[in-house]
Design a protein. Structure first.
Length: 473
């Protein structure tokens, strides 16, 4: 028996390849399915099933393409109603794969169709639980995403999740290994560990939601507390996962359309496409195409695209580092943004050589910012999340989280100069590029963010408050 977790850090997502005696299953595959097909081919194995734990909200699964190319049926738990052909398994139903068996455990709560897959070895011993978004390491799935589809409140869904955990998962053996669908950084939970696997026994000891003395009322209160607004693209991804989507091969072919600077400029003017610049934030600051938005590929790229571009059918034109165009298009497709219509051939250097107009964003070091604060009354904008800001921030700073930028723009004055920072410089450049595209000229990026501000030691910051203490207040 072989169990392989295929973890994608930028999405904090875990897919699984499990193989036994020449047969395999893939659980919650990513959009690009060729790696799974090649893995099975190298091992001389046949993919027998594609297991889906639920209709995912934060990414587009590769289940439809993988099923078609591998000739393997898609399996969902009870109550799932996809628009394509699939096996809708009964609670407790078993699926044989080589010498191992998977038992379906229907665990509604995160969504109504949420299902875990319990793996038993050739001797019948329970060895692993593929828990989807029902149980994470350190947390459980948020119960507010499926309210509309379930015709239930988040409190009602949380109560259902409580019952699923107590009746289906907690009675299992402590030595079972838990393999969740997500880890720290995913928006599908709020308190996930950086660890991506653990024993169920250890989770019973350390996961707040699995406390044995926890009442249902306590569970509902704690699980629903502090939930932030989910990204706007979540319901759109659910729809794609439920109804199907265009083949990833077609998406890649359409996106990999190299455009000269003149053709790129024409396309930008005539199509209404967003110009998405995925280069390093500091490189972007030194020069970029006017009105382009910077979301660096070497960061939480796909989730931030999903949070800030509300329409997944929005046409996109790319500025990417040479040789990384396909990677960017693929990562956009993972969260349902299939309408990349081309990229700037030769990247930004080609734009410069063509003599095209260029914009830039001024930057300031944390040390120089400290000197300016002493000389003038300046406005500092902190674009980190409210919890980060509450824990520690520059005295007098204004907190405008990047997630809420579309709502907060009206509160800013175009005549005022703003010094903008996040934790390390990634989010602040996204924020600044959006402001620039909306006509704000007086913005300065604080290089290195809050981390550099603290290290410089020249700017007063508030006393640190542990986030754990904040969450209890």
């Amino acid at each position: 028996m072989k169990i392989e977790q295929i973890y994608t850090g930028c999405l904090a997502q875990g897919a699984y390849y499990i193989e036994s005696n020449g047969e395999a299953v893939v659980i919650d595959p990513l959009r690009e399915v060729e790696p799974y097909l090649q893995k099975a081919k190298r091992n001389g194995a046949q993919i027998k099933y594609v297991f889906e734990t639920h209709f995912h909200a934060d990414f587009v699964s590769g289940h439809v393409d993988l099923s078609r190319q591998a000739g393997a049926p898609i399996v969902y738990g009870p109550t799932a109603r996809p628009s394509f052909e699939a096996i809708i398994a009964c609670d407790g139903e078993k699926f044989k794969v080589g010498q191992i068996t998977f038992k379906v455990l229907h665990t509604p709560g995160h969504t109504l169709e949420s299902t875990c897959y319990l793996l038993r070895d050739e001797t019948g011993k329970d060895v692993a639980l593929f828990s989807g978004d029902t149980l994470f390491i350190g947390d459980v799935g948020r119960p507010d995403l499926a309210q509309k589809a379930a015709h239930m409140t988040q409190e009602e869904l949380a109560g259902t999740l409580y019952d699923s955990l107590r009746n289906k998962i907690m009675p299992l053996s402590d030595d079972i290994i838990v393999y969740p669908a997500h880890g720290a950084g995913s928006a599908c939970g709020k308190n996930m560990s950086k660890e991506t696997t653990d024993t169920l026994g250890h989770q019973k000891q350390t996961n707040y939601a699995l406390r044995t003395n926890m009442t249902k009322a306590d569970f509902i209160k704690e699980v629903t507390a502090g939930l932030t607004t989910p990204p706007a693209y979540f319901p759109l991804n659910v729809l794609l996962n439920k109804e199907g989507y265009e083949s990833i091969d077609k998406v890649l072919k359409r996106g990999q359309h190299a455009l000269s600077p003149n053709a790129f400029e024409t396309a930008a003017n005539e199509t209404g496409a967003i110009v998405l610049d995925t280069r390093d934030p500091q490189t972007f600051a030194k020069g970029f195409i006017p009105n382009s938005i910077n979301i660096g590929i070497d960061g939480s790229f796909a989730p931030w695209v999903g949070a800030l571009v509300p329409d997944i059918k929005q046409p996109i034109l790319l500025v990417a580092d040479n040789g990384r165009e396909e990677e960017v298009i693929t990562r956009l497709a993972r969260v349902g943004y299939d309408y990349t219509i081309g990229y700037l051939e030769g990247s930004f250097d080609a734009w410069i050589k063509a003599g095209k107009e260029v914009d830039y964003i001024p930057t300031v070091s944390a040390r120089d910012l400290g000197s300016r604060i002493k000389e003038e009354n300046i406005k500092i904008v902190d674009v980190r999340k409210p919890g980060e800001f509450a824990a520690e921030h520059v005295e007098g700073a204004l907190n405008l989280p990047l997630d809420d930028i579309n709502h907060d723009l009206a509160s800013l004055d175009k005549a005022q100069t703003y010094y903008v920072h996040c934790e390390g410089g990634y989010r602040s450049m996204i924020f600044n590029s959006i402001l620039k595209a909306r006509g704000f000229e007086n913005i300065v990026d604080v290089k290195g963010g809050f981390k550099a501000i603290k290290e410089a030691g020249k700017i007063p910051v508030t006393e640190y408050t542990c986030p754990t203490k904040l969450s209890k207040n």
